[in-house]
Each structure stands twice: as structure tokens, then as C-alpha cells.
Design a protein around this ligand. Structure first.
Ligand SMILES: Cc1cc2nc3c(=O)[nH]c(=O)nc-3n(C[C@H](O)[C@H](O)[C@H](O)COP(=O)(O)OP(=O)(O)OC[C@H]3O[C@@H](n4cnc5c(N)ncnc54)[C@H](O)[C@@H]3O)c2cc1C
Length: 282
């Protein structure tokens, strides 16, 4: 049997890591990115199906924050009892394909596929997500912003599996929101998408986390726009193009040209923040 025909579905992480240390497997989770990317009827092997590993799926809360297993699906996120800080992630989950895709597609698959238009990335950036990877050599953690190196490029060695995402306790504070701009309302790849998480106290912004996707090779936080909000009453008019546009590097593609993306970014972010203002949130 050639290695191309190997299909392996371990039930423990250690079995998976041992297999990956020996054979250059293609890791398969929900396959909702893998299958559209292949032109064959059968996924080209060797395939390591990680969906049988129970310890990789699920969401848990602890004093250090929230941990989400790599194979946690978008449906799992939608149905989970999570603090309001995760509302942006839940809104993004509801817009990943339709229900069938949400039931199969996983958090780690979205990140590892590393599309600039991956809807999970901006809300996870506003949650300061930390990516955990494991191999027989050990475990390491790195911020999501470092894990994503470029389009289709992540910081993962061939023998590593993304095992979980960790959201630090501090980033579970506040309220989140997410908006996606597409050519139609549902089942659409983002032209641009924005996420926000705002911590308010007595009407004043204590902390702000803002991110934008599909307007640069990887989604990015917007530190200047965040700084403009902190210490002030939440006012969407504080979001101006000069705070956002310098960090964007949009491309022309079939969905929109660069000028359109650049021109809509500021308004999209303002509309993402509007529901978080005290008058709208009340
Ligand atoms: C009809 C349709 C609509 C879609 N709509 C959207 C949308 O609106 N927004 C959006 O963002 N995406 C969308 N997608 C893309 C896809 O559904 C998501 O990106 C999904 O989260 C991918 O997860 P998966 O488990 O299916 O990944 P898979 O296809 O199984 O894997 C994707 C990549 O990640 C790698 N991988 C997976 N898990 C791990 C792991 N734990 N460790 C290391 N590597 C891993 C795989 O090797 C592969 O390279 C759509 C797809 C389809 C088919």
C-alpha cells in the first residue's frame, strides 16, 4: 500500500503525535477547506483524521480564562455558554457557511487554512487568543498574531498539531461584536470583516480590542484606533480613516478591488462599535 492510501483515525492525542512523527500526514478535521481545495474525488493521503480524538474538542472555563479545543466546531461555539466578550466570535460562527458547514468546520481548521478572509481570525484576535501546538518534542504556545505568518502560511512544524486555543481571563472581559461585508448576506466569502471587544466602566472605555480581516495578507489588530477610544466615552466618530488605513494592504480580487476595501473599512468598524455604545447596548 502506498502512503497516499493511508487513512488513520486515532482516538488519543499521543497516538496522533506518534503517527505524525513517523509519517508526513495531511491533518484532516472537518475537511470543509481541504475538500474544496482538492480536485480529486478522494482526499489525497496520507490522511490523519483528528476528529476521533475526544480531548481535542470542547470549551472549558477556568480561573486562567477559556480554553477551546482545536476540533471545536462553529456550532459548538454558537451553542456554548460564553461571556459577552465572545459575542463577536459567536456572530462570526453564525456566518461561516451555512449550518452544515458550521457543524463540521472547526476553529483550528479555520486558522490553519490561513485564508486572509477567515472569519474566525478577527474576533479571536480581539480575544487575545493564544495557539497551543503539540508534537512528540513537546508543547508550545504563541499568540495568534504570531501563528499567522501570511496567506496559507502558519507557524506550524510538520510534526505539530494545533491542540487548543486559550483566551486569557483578562480578554474575557467586556462585550464583543462582529460584522462581515459580503456581496450578499449569507454564504459568502468576506470582502472585509471587523471585530471589536470593548470594556466599559461608568460609560468610559477601559479597554478596546479592534481587528479587521480580508484587508491585508493576515487579519490585524488596529492599535491606533484602540488608543483613540481608551479613556473616553464610546463614540464611533472617534474612528477615522487615518487611524486605520495606514495598516491596511488590501488586494484586488473577484470580490472587490483594493480601493473599495480601503474605502469601506472605517465605516464597517464604526458599525461594529455602534451596538456596543451604552445607549444601544442598554
Ligand atoms: C460552502 C463553504 C462555505 C464556507 N464559508 C466560510 C465562511 O463564511 N467563512 C470562513 O471563514 N470560512 C468558510 N468556509 C471555510 C471552512 O468552512 C472554515 O475555514 C472551517 O473552519 C475549516 O475547518 P475544517 O475543520 O473543515 O478544516 P479542514 O478542511 O479539515 O482543514 C483546513 C486546514 O487546516 C489544517 N488543520 C485542521 N485542523 C488542524 C489542527 N488541529 N492542527 C493542524 N492543522 C490542522 C488542515 O491540514 C488543513 O490544511 C467555507 C467552506 C465551505 C465549503
Amino acid at each position: 500500500m502506498s502512503t497516499e492510501d493511508i487513512y488513520h483515525r486515532p482516538t488519543t492525542l499521543s497516538q496522533a503525535l506518534e503517527a505524525l512523527a513517523e509519517t508526513p500526514f495531511r491533518i484532516a478535521a472537518g475537511c470543509t477547506d481541504l475538500f474544496p481545495a482538492t480536485e480529486r474525488k478522494v482526499l489525497q493521503g496520507p490522511v490523519l483524521d483528528i476528529t476521533g480524538i475526544g480531548e481535542l474538542r470542547g470549551i472549558s472555563h477556568g480561573p486562567d480564562g477559556v480554553t477551546m479545543g482545536a476540533t471545536t466546531t462553529w456550532r459548538d461555539v454558537i451553542e456554548a455558554d460564553l461571556p459577552p466578550a465572545f459575542d463577536g466570535l459567536k456572530l462570526a460562527a453564525r456566518e461561516v457557511g451555512a449550518r452544515q458547514i458550521q457543524a463540521r468546520g472547526t476553529l483550528a481548521g479555520n486558522l490553519c487554512n490561513a485564508s486572509p478572509a477567515a472569519d474566525g481570525v478577527p474576533p479571536l484576535l480581539t480575544l487575545d487568543a493564544v495557539v497551543e501546538l503539540a508534537s512528540l518534542r513537546g508543547t508550545r504556545q504563541l499568540p495568534l498574531s504570531d501563528f499567522l505568518k501570511g496567506p496559507r502560511d502558519v507557524d506550524r512544524a510538520p510534526d505539530e498539531i494545533v491542540t487548543r486555543l486559550h483566551i486569557p481571563a483578562k480578554a474575557t472581559e467586556g462585550q464583543g461584536f462582529f460584522l462581515k461585508l459580503g456581496a450578499r448576506k449569507y454564504l459568502v466569502i468576506s470582502i472585509a470583516m471587523t471585530a471589536a471587544r470593548i470594556v466599559l466602566k461608568d460609560g468610559i472605555v477601559q479597554d478596546a480590542a479592534l481587528a479587521i480581516g480580508a484587508c491585508s495578507p493576515v487579519a490585524t489588530r488596529l492599535p491606533k484606533a484602540e488608543a483613540a477610544l481608551i479613556g473616553q466615552p464610546l463614540d464611533v466618530a472617534r474612528i477615522t480613516g487615518d487611524l486605520i488605513e495606514p495598516v491596511l494592504a488590501p488586494i484586488d480580487d473577484a470580490r472587490a478591488d483594493a480601493g473599495y476595501r480601503r474605502g469601506t473599512a472605517t465605516e464597517l468598524l464604526r458599525r461594529t462599535l455602534a451596538p456596543l455604545t451604552p445607549e444601544r447596548a442598554a
